[in-house]
Write a new protein. Sequence first.
Length: 417
Amino acid sequence: DGDARNGCRLASGSAVVRARRPRSSLESGILLIGADDCRLQFSGRVVIGESCARFDWPATRVVFSTTASRVAVRMDAGRNYFNVVVNGRRVAVLKGSQGVMDYWIDACPVGAPRAVVEFQKRTEARISTPLQVFFGGVTKPVMLHGVLVENGDLVDTPAAPMRSIEFIGDSETAGFGNCGPSEPGTPSWKACFTVNPADQDAFQAWPACVAEKLHADLSIIAWSGMGVLWNAPMGGCTTRRTMIDVYGHVVACEADAPGDRRESPGVSTLDAWVPDIIVLYIGGNDWYSFSEAREGELSAACRELLLRIRSLRPQATILVLCASGESFCACMGSREEQMRFAADMERCWRRAVAEASDARIHLEIVLPSPIIDVTDPSDWGQMAHWSAQGHAKWARAAIPLVAKHAGWPVPMPASCL
């Protein structure tokens, strides 16, 4: 599936995405199918209205089957990046624009009765290069107005997987920098100024690998720099809200709107996609503000997050994952630092789980084998975050833990790359 860069699969360029502004009237042989059509299958958190579907969490996707020779999605892509997948094979990476455009691709090969097409959102809710922050170039929610088909129609899409997993986290769960240049250890200021949204692919992050191997649909609720109680310091997060604030939002960026920051206008639509199990891996950004004197404060916030999740997901199993001191996490420059971080987070989360007093909330320690190693450049992507290879290592260790608590069979070991 194309070339490899630092362990990250890149599109081969075998397909071309042609973008053009919508015309005032449709050409002969072209149909426009609205975003609320039942033949469009969405995965993740989406608000579907009469005029468009809105979403911004990473790894949200739309899937449809078609008999058409060419198809397009009509959307305001909000400067996000998308994988374009046809019949299970990624054929292109789309760099979306601000403003409504039609993005055309060849769909049904000659002689084939139909094709299954996916547009997968690679990027998170709000990310940009440092310069784009000052020139209004931050990613925004996607507004998908519909699908255009040429010389064909949409047909029934294959059913979504019966299993479903929701993942909650920060940059390590969102896949920040996983396709970027190898920069292990403590992030440098130079690395901070070379961040590029093109180097993020949520579908090559560990949650997507776990879901694929367990044959489950997935939703990722993750925001780089975000903590449970304290976000990354020195402007390391593009919102002041924390996970406690944003978890209930169908559209993540709405958390910054005036009013009750914990309620979304589309909160009832959470019921449209209900996970079997919720997997949390978060706390790395809180650790920058952590001290022994504040441990109780953070533990209480972790408990509050668990209770918040339980109030909105009353039927789901909840699994908290904590890092091992042996395998390196993002931005850890030494073994000693990694061991302190792992021990601090495990204490906080164990206390939170115990105080939540919920028999369906569990905690496990993730120990990749082989470990994610700060001395192995291929384990690292941009700004001291895991590469696709690093994510695959973490995923392989997490898969049996998720399967265990979901009550699913553990699949045979297999590469996630």
